[in-house]
Design a protein around this ligand. Structure first.
Ligand SMILES: [Mn+2]
Length: 269
């Protein structure tokens, strides 16, 4: 058995299949850890979801911002992004099956060695509290009233963490931290949604989330994606996997036991 963590696929079906061939994926034995953003922007979201749905017993996935966008878009909620590439997926006869499967995924997954969340783990929340919020959000997403919940939880505020916030505010913060976070303010560790560029050019008042001091209860290696400008990184505390396939760069898999790196380059259809 091998475990592979794979970065943001975003509808890049061709590269995803090439990557599975490259790692010689064995569906009887191997497990894929998918960091989320399975769909959107790329050309073949429907094919990606079909494959993953069919192989769901071999897949662990957490929700990314584009996956949440699909849930919203399907329910006609929020702003429509004219650049989205979800039309054929939403029209597919099995879309309800795919949506129901997707909304059963958590924001945070953890096992003995790793914690995985799409954008990362907010360093200042105790791991227990984060897991409680993850559980609460998951329960809402699994309930029949989930469209109403999505409507309530969208938005950039609060961007400052406070454990005395109401439960809804804490869920909003956790959703944004797990699916959209990149930089934090150096002083109050609030989430910054404006700057999305490279580390080298970041404004002075910001820092990447993984350089902030971690709560002592966060003590496993963190697997995340979302941040194409960051690219692949593997350090003691974290593994960064979004290598911007959908932007014409690469799709990345890392063997979680040997740490062997596997990548395929984007090429047009
Ligand atoms: Mn993302």
């Amino acid at each position: 058995m091998a475990r592979y963590a794979i970065g943001d696929i975003q509808g890049c079906y061709k590269q995803f299949i090439q990557l599975l061939n490259l790692i010689d994926f064995n569906p009887g034995k191997d497990v894929l850890y998918l960091v989320g953003d399975l769909v959107n922007r790329g050309p073949k979201s429907l094919e990606v979801i079909k494959w993953i749905y069919k192989n769901q017993d071999r897949v662990i996935n957490v929700l990314g911002n584009h996956d949440i966008y699909l849930l919203a878009r399907y329910n006609h909620l929020g702003k429509i992004d004219n650049g989205d590439t979800l039309a054929d997926l939403i029209r597919d006869k099995n879309i309800l099956k795919y949506i129901d499967w997707l909304r059963s995924a958590p924001l945070v997954f953890h096992d003995n060695d790793y914690i995985m969340a799409h954008a990362g783990i907010y360093p200042q929340i105790s791991f227990n509290e984060l897991l409680q919020l993850n559980h609460a959000i998951s329960s809402h997403l699994k309930s029949p009233e989930y469209p109403h919940f999505i409507e309530q939880i969208f938005g950039n505020k609060p961007n400052v963490w406070n454990s005395d916030h109401s439960s809804l505010k804490k869920m909003k913060f956790a959703l944004n931290a797990c699916t959209r976070m990149r930089f934090l303010d150096r002083v109050d560790y609030s989430l910054d949604f404006k700057y999305k560029g490279e580390l080298g050019n970041m404004p002075e008042h910001l820092m990447p989330w993984f350089q902030a001091p971690f709560h002592k209860t966060i003590n496993k290696k963190i697997i995340f994606g979302h941040w194409a400008a960051l690219g692949f990184f593997h350090e003691q505390r974290y593994i960064s996997l979004d290598t911007g396939c959908v932007w014409g760069r690469k799709l990345t898999a890392l063997n979680l036991d040997t740490f062997q790196l596997h990548q395929v380059a984007y090429s047009a259809e």
